[in-house]
Design a protein around this ligand. Structure first.
Ligand SMILES: Cc1ncc(COP(=O)(O)O)c(C=O)c1O
Length: 360
């Protein structure tokens, strides 16, 4: 007789996992929006040093990293929430805010984890199509907010389409969201976003919107994806407390926290890497446009392109793989007939463009 699992197990969509981690170093891993740069040497050293103390649990208040983030962004310590990657915070927010009868509104296609939140809680997912330029349609999203809406997710820049919203657009949208409804502005890629200005710009919104959380990560610009460290900057202490209430006490490991504190202290290096990534994304965008493809205006560390015909998607992804380049097929991300490619090293980007030239 089969094991009887909870009903939500049948509802929760499987996350589209990237393949290729077993293929060795020769393969250009351009499928998961990671950083192609190794962590800063001080972050590696800090993680190493912290290992000798792991006979102890982490400090349950996670003082060092929360203090470093509170100081950097000028918000109270009690409004900084941490997580085992920002995904962890998203899932906890779903658990804290959603239940059967509630609604969660987000754009689609957007980050693949969002559908999980409604499925896990029994809430209703309201997916609002992106506009013709693959950007959030904030008017359409605002129109979907009802008394039942508990959570709105805005992904800026949007994964997988790379497009971003200006701060003025975000602010005008927030003014239309009722206070009973929490908003998570998912800024996993904010360090790469020229439209946002800089990672400080949206922090000012927290002063005016207690229902807002800026969700961020050390997985992208800081190059610590494998250590799993995410954080949220909250407009109110209640939001942080609700998230901490639904989860286990020790969610972030000691070496990861130490590495994140060290990485945060090297903003000069973050800026250098971001500048390199932004220049490379322009080169990839131009290269694809020269091949006659439609390419979204990227504000992230990846590029999103439409293929001339949805039928060729699988063929192109397979052709790239044969040439040692892994990218994400649009079908897995909610838009058949598209590709998402992460900015890699200069050599990897050249290999990708060369292969696309052969395949398109
Ligand atoms: C938009 C967005 N949000 C959140 C995440 C989660 O990142 P992490 O859990 O590594 O912090 C990702 C990862 O790709 C993402 O693209």
């Amino acid at each position: 007789m089969p094991i009887e699992f909870g009903e939500r197990i049948r509802r929760i969509p499987a996350y589209p996992l990237a393949a290729g981690y077993d293929l060795g170093e020769e393969v250009a891993m351009l499928a998961s929006n990671e950083s192609c740069f190794e962590p800063h040497p001080d972050a590696i050293a800090a993680a190493h040093e912290a290992l000798s103390g792991v006979n102890r649990y982490p400090d349950p208040a996670y003082q060092p990293l929360r203090t470093a983030l509170a100081d950097r962004y000028g918000i109270p310590f009690a409004r900084v929430v941490l997580g085992n990657g920002s995904c962890d915070i998203l899932l906890c927010a779903g658990e804290a805010l959603l239940e059967p009868g509630a609604e969660v509104v987000y754009a689609w296609p957007s980050f693949s984890v969002y559908p999980h939140l409604a499925a896990a809680s029994g809430a209703r997912a309201v997916e609002v199509p992106l506009d013709s330029e693959e950007r959030h349609d904030l008017d359409a999203m605002a129109a979907e907010i009802t008394v039942a809406t508990r959570l709105v997710l805005v992904c800026n820049p949007n994964n997988p389409t790379s497009t971003s919203l200006g701060l003025d657009e975000v602010e005008a949208f927030l003014a239309r969201v009722p206070r009973h409804c929490a908003v998570i502005l998912d800024e996993a890629y904010c360090e790469f976003a020229l439209a946002l200005g800089d990672p400080y710009a949206s922090v000012a919104l927290l002063r005016r919107h207690p229902n807002l959380m800026l969700l961020r990560t050390f997985s992208k610009a800081y190059g610590l994806a494998g250590l799993r460290v995410g954080y949220g900057l909250c407009g109110s202490e209640e939001l942080r407390a609700a998230i901490d209430q639904v989860r286990q006490p020790f969610y972030l490991n000691v070496p990861a926290q130490a590495a994140a504190v060290a990485a945060l202290a090297h903003q000069d290096e973050v800026e250098r890497r971001v500048a390199h990534t932004v220049a490379a994304r322009v080169a990839i965008t131009d290269g694809l446009r020269e091949l006659g493809l439609w390419v979204a205006d990227s504000d992230a560390n990846f590029v999103w392109t439409h293929l001339p015909d949805p039928e060729v998607e699988a063929e192109i992804v397979a052709g790239l793989r044969e040439r040692g380049v892994l990218v994400r097929a649009g079908t897995a991300l909610g838009r058949p007939g598209a590709l998402r490619v992460t900015v890699g090293t200069d050599a990897e980007n050249r290999r990708f463009l060369g292969a696309m030239g052969e395949l398109v």
